[in-house]
Design a protein around this ligand. Structure first.
Ligand code: ZN
Length: 189
């Protein structure tokens, strides 16, 4: 969700300045060797699905599931929000119902898949996580990935324009361009 400048009632009372000073000296970082790995086919299938659903006017999102082995998060499957439920996608927002979320958890449990990350679109080139995005409770595991694709996932699809974030023990961390190259591996077919 891209409502970055709107005040969020749930955190009213905590100003941006407070949040920054409270975090001083304790900034999130990428801990070490975490890697997000997927085939080019799955990467492109995901972005194609997002672009189609976004249709140049609304946000869309998908969830990646797969295996977690050591520091490696391997994406094996993609689940689009609009296929899981009515995502109520709008220009700056979308939803995943609680019911859809728990149905997905059950599917993943049956198939022995783990939640790896999520990916969603923003309307312009701003690909940080909004306050709403940061508060997303799909998965609170350290090492969970959250990617934000600009321009409603219109082509060209370049990793360098995508916001790549990882959950650390003290909050979300956005990888630098160099870190994206090191930690996000899109391979093969
Ligand atoms: Zn967002």
């Amino acid at each position: 969700m891209a409502k970055e400048r709107k005040p969020n009632s749930r955190v009213s009372g905590v100003s941006q300045a407070d949040a920054v000073s409270a975090d001083e000296g304790l900034q999130p970082t990428i801990a070490g060797l975490e890697r997000l790995i997927m085939s080019r086919n799955l990467f492109e299938r995901t972005l194609h699905g997002l672009a189609t659903r976004s249709a140049n006017w609304r946000e869309s999102a998908a969830i990646w599931a797969g295996s977690l082995i050591g520091d490696e998060s391997q994406v094996l499957k993609v689940y689009f929000h609009h296929e899981l439920c009515d995502d109520k996608g709008g220009p700056l927002s979308l939803e995943l119902t609680e019911e859809a979320k728990f149905t997905l958890y059950e599917t993943l449990r049956r198939e022995s898949l783990k939640l790896v990350g999520m990916i969603h679109t923003h309307p312009k080139d701003w690909v940080d996580l909004s306050l709403v995005d940061q508060g997303n409770q799909l998965c609170s595991r350290i090492g969970f990935w959250s990617l934000v694709v600009p321009w409603y996932a219109r082509k060209p699809w370049e990793l360098s324009s995508i916001g790549v974030h990882i959950r650390s023990d003290i909050g979300w961390y956005r990888l630098t361009p160099d870190e994206v190259i090191q930690h996000v591996i899109i391979s093969g077919e």
